[in-house]
Design a protein around this ligand. Structure first.
Ligand SMILES: *Cc1c(COP(=O)(O)O)cnc(C)c1O
Length: 414
């Protein structure tokens, strides 16, 4: 790849890298093909028509476009019910609505995949926040059953009302869970406690494999439309899919008890939501290829990565342990530098609502904060790990990795 900022040595290393990736890329293409067919099948089964793209406003009573979007999601996730709305602002919001709908005072919420994603800490009340679940008398516990159930975990599961599995690692530098692992974790939990309701935080995981957590026995699955499911087209939104029994408890928290899912205008976004989900398998496959390239390139330069380039992936996020704040900033600035929007913006660590540490964030994106578009972020703390994700084009992430590598090599005088 020719670009002024790429050093000759890194350009050559990039070519070498790319030559090694064909078998992993073929596997990603096969997954995309299956997911494309699944999504197309969902559209055809739902009989989506041009008529559904009409705008609605106000209460949004009987919005046929909204019903169609939710039907398409039901068909993709093989679920009984779905809420897919612009009124769900983010993944965090979808998680909050779901947990407040499912839990009552005195109940216990149990994370089965270790520590929750940072913004979840405020919802739960691990980090003090007004109107947290803790303020409403909901207890919290966490364990990790991804490698099996200990006696301690078994006790916690017996006592829990809702169990949560977070598919992606967030900023924890653990590997994302595969559908196979999620399936095992759900069947273990339900064997021990048949009454437990399992929610999967599916952020960054959609279309990475050919099945989704609903196929693996989850009762509720949630995510953001400015990540994978929106296909880089949806300008906002979130989704909650699952059993009718679960969704009927959650819908009152989406709008109000009594009105539930019956109201909620699509505000002209129906077409963007549908187009986005149609593009999603394609965008996710490009993001995955970009992640694989970044992993291999930085492994060749001597860095530890998670996952490794040829490991089975459960999400689109590539973590690279850079080891110093200077390298972290150099990487993020390189991503910003090759962005189509705000390429000349200064990337600096700063406060972000919902997060404890200052966050370094590079995102020259069309949709604010969209991380299905090429983006990189990192909490400013040791061991200084950059999280790279998204990329509508594989070539875009490849360019970012090559520029980042060139700058980092220069920084250390190589
Ligand atoms: C991004 C993310 C969230 C939060 O989603 P937002 O849309 O940023 O609020 C929650 N959980 C995981 C695992 C995530 O990756």
């Amino acid at each position: 790849m020719e670009f002024a900022e790429i050093s000759e040595r890194i350009r050559k290393l990039g070519e070498e890298t790319e030559n090694e990736l064909s078998s992993v890329f073929s596997e990603i293409d096969r997954t995309r093909e299956k997911n494309f067919l699944k999504v197309l099948g969902a559209f055809r089964k739902s009989r989506v028509s041009d008529f559904h793209f009409k705008d609605t406003s106000g209460y949004g009573l009987s919005d046929p476009g909204r019903d169609k979007v939710e039907e398409v999601y039901k068909n993709i996730f093989h679920s009984e019910s779905a809420l897919v709305r612009p009124q769900i602002i983010s993944g965090t919001h979808a998680i909050a609505i779901t947990l407040f709908g499912l839990l009552r005072p005195g109940n216990t919420l149990l994370y089965l995949s270790g520590a929750p994603y940072e913004t979840g800490e405020a919802i739960i009340g691990i980090r003090s926040a007004k109107t947290s679940l803790k303020e409403f008398g909901v207890e919290f516990a966490q364990t990790d059953t991804s490698k099996g159930v200990s006696a301690e975990s078994e006790k916690l599961i017996k006592n829990a009302t809702v169990g949560v599995i977070q598919r992606s690692g967030g900023y924890s530098y653990r590997k994302a869970l595969t559908i196979g692992e999620i399936r095992r974790m759900i069947s273990d939990a339900k064997r021990i406690n048949p009454h437990i309701t399992i929610m999967v935080d599916n952020c960054y995981g959609e279309f990475v494999e050919t099945e989704e957590p609903t196929d693996a026995g989850a009762d509720v699955v949630v995510g953001s439309l400015i990540k994978n499911m929106g296909g880089a087209i949806a300008p906002t939104g979130g989704y909650i899919v699952g059993t009718e029994s679960a969704i009927s408890k959650i819908e009152g928290m989406l709008t109000a008890p009594g009105t539930g899912r019956e109201i909620g205008p699509m505000l002209g976004l129906t077409r963007a939501f549908l187009q986005g989900v149609f593009f999603a398998p394609q965008v996710v496959s490009n993001a995955l290829k970009g992640a694989v390239f970044a992993a291999r390139l930085f492994e060749k330069l001597g860095y530890e990565t998670r996952p490794k380039w040829d490991e089975k992936r459960g999400d689109i996020v590539q973590a690279i342990k850079l080891g110093s704040p200077e390298k972290l900033i150099a990487f993020a600035q390189a991503v910003q530098f090759v962005s189509p929007v705000d390429w000349d913006a200064e990337v600096e660590p700063s406060y972000l609502a919902g997060y404890e540490n200052d966050i370094l964030m590079a995102a020259g994106t069309f949709v604010q904060g969209s991380s299905i578009e090429l983006s990189a972020d990192a909490p400013m703390k040791p061991p200084y790990v950059i999280y790279l994700q998204g990329g509508i084009y594989y070539e875009h992430s490849k360019l970012a990795s090559l520029v980042a590598a060139s700058r980092i090599e220069k920084l250390i005088g190589r």
